[in-house]
Design a binder for this molecule. Structure first.
Ligand code: ADP
Length: 408
């Protein structure tokens, strides 16, 4: 036997209940059970319990109205159909009912058992379809949600892989670049070394063989001259070797800043002393210190190297009798050192390459050098957290200034 269709009539007029009940009883074939409530609140409670298959709701319900009940029921998630009963045909009420969620509306006193049965049947079918659509819809939403989640995860994974690949690529590129630079440096090293070693070595060779020829006592002057040439050539070789060694120590990251506190003036005077044997005829280093403070906290070893490099360049690249001006000053926050000469200067076009290893300016090719000194100086200055500036004018002279933080 088919289940009874449970109907709840919500109507504040008992006469309407009786009329409706009679109409329902006259419906042939199908079995219906009808309950009735006149209270809006009770109707709402019963709707929440979900006991009924269909609700017939009167438009007027005392302080409330049927549309309000339908709206609230829909909000509660009720899927059973509501059929609104009104006193008269009215398109506006019909549309309002439809928008509130009613599945049909009937005008009281005009519908017969056939109309009611038809409305209930259609409403139930409609509600069933609606429920099915809602179910499909939420299944679809869940699937879309899951798929979106999967896609987001896949995108995240791809992005991660991409990032890792990109980082790896950058690392490889950096390593390759470093390798390339090192290779270039090595080959320039070999070229420069063989070139720079050849001159002093051939001097040593020729002077040694000449000494062998000067046998008599009268030749002693000549012998001494060649001994001096050999000494100078060996000193040259030592300088070149020292530059090469400093360079490779920097490349290997073995140069560190190890500051200590010392008197800058005493230190500078020592450097000037060290330079005496290397100066050309008539050259003089004019040293001057500005300010009362003389104590500094810097790496002595690195600073000595820097100073000797700059001072010997000042001497090397200027003529006899030319002065080399050397100044130091200790200020509140910085230590400043300058070395200035009145020598050959550096051509403007060459100045940009000044700190490139092995670079030698066009006007310096006849003067012995490796092109490593300034690069070493610059890198030592950086290790000591300092900065370096220079100005130079062709045939007028050059000036190099260094600034170190005082409390480094
Ligand atoms: P080196 O003196 O061994 O050639 P450096 O690195 O000290 O190497 O200097 C690089 C180049 O810069 C020199 O070859 C020279 O052309 C130029 N240079 C450096 N110092 C001076 C200076 N005081 N006056 C003129 N040119 C200079």
């Amino acid at each position: 036997m088919q289940d009874k269709i449970r109907i709840l009539l919500v109507d504040d007029d008992e006469d309407d209940y009786i009329i409706t009940r009679d109409i329902i009883e006259d419906i042939p074939g199908r079995h219906f059970s009808l309950d009735w409530t006149a209270s809006f609140q009770e109707a709402l409670a019963l709707v929440k319990q979900g006991k009924y298959d269909v609700y017939l709701v009167d438009f007027f319900l005392g302080a409330h109205d049927g549309l309000e009940l339908i709206t609230k029921a829909v909000e509660e998630g009720c899927t059973a159909p509501f059929i609104l009963l009104t006193g008269q045909t009215d398109r506006e009420t019909d549309e309002k009912a439809m928008r509130a969620g009613a599945s049909d509306y009937l005008v009281k006193g005009t519908f017969n058992p056939f109309d009611l049965e038809r409305s209930i049947r259609y409403s139930l079918e409609h509600a069933k379809n609606l429920e099915e659509i809602q179910k499909l819809n939420s299944e679809l939403e869940a699937r879309v949600e899951a798929r979106t989640q999967e896609l987001a995860e896949a995108i995240q994974k791809l992005e991660n892989t991409n990032r890792i690949l990109h980082e790896a690529q950058t690392d490889i590129q950096k390593a390759l670049q470093k390798e390339k630079e090192l290779n270039e440096l090595k080959s320039r090293f070999v070229t420069t070394a063989s070139h720079e070693f050849r001159t002093p070595l051939s001097t040593v060779l020729s002077s040694a063989s000449l000494i062998g020829k000067y046998k008599s006592t009268e030749d002693d002057d000549k012998r001494q001259k060649h001994v001096a040439r050999i000494k100078s050539a060996v000193e040259n070789l030592t300088t070149i070797l020292n530059d090469f060694l400093s360079m490779s120590r920097i490349e290997e990251g073995k140069v560190h800043n190890l500051p200590s506190t010392f008197d800058l003036v005493e230190f500078s005077q020592e450097a000037v002393e060290d330079m005496q044997g290397l100066l050309k005829e008539g050259q003089q280093i004019q040293y001057q210190h500005t300010g009362d403070q003389t104590l500094v906290h810097l790496d002595k070893q690195l600073l000595k190297n820097i100073l000797l490099n700059l001072l010997s360049n000042g001497s090397k690249y200027s003529g006899e009798d030319k002065p080399i001006l050397f100044t130091t000053s200790v200020g509140g926050s910085a230590v400043t050192i300058t070395v200035e000469d009145k020598g050959i200067g550096i051509p403007k076009a060459d100045q940009v390459h000044l700190f490139t290893p092995f670079f030698r300016a066009q006007n310096a090719t006849n003067i012995q050098g490796t092109g490593l000194g300034l690069n070493i100086v610059k890198r030592y200055v950086e290790v000591m957290d300092g900065t370096m500036h220079y100005e130079s004018e062709l045939n007028k002279g050059s000036r190099f200034s260094l600034i170190f933080p005082k409390s480094a």
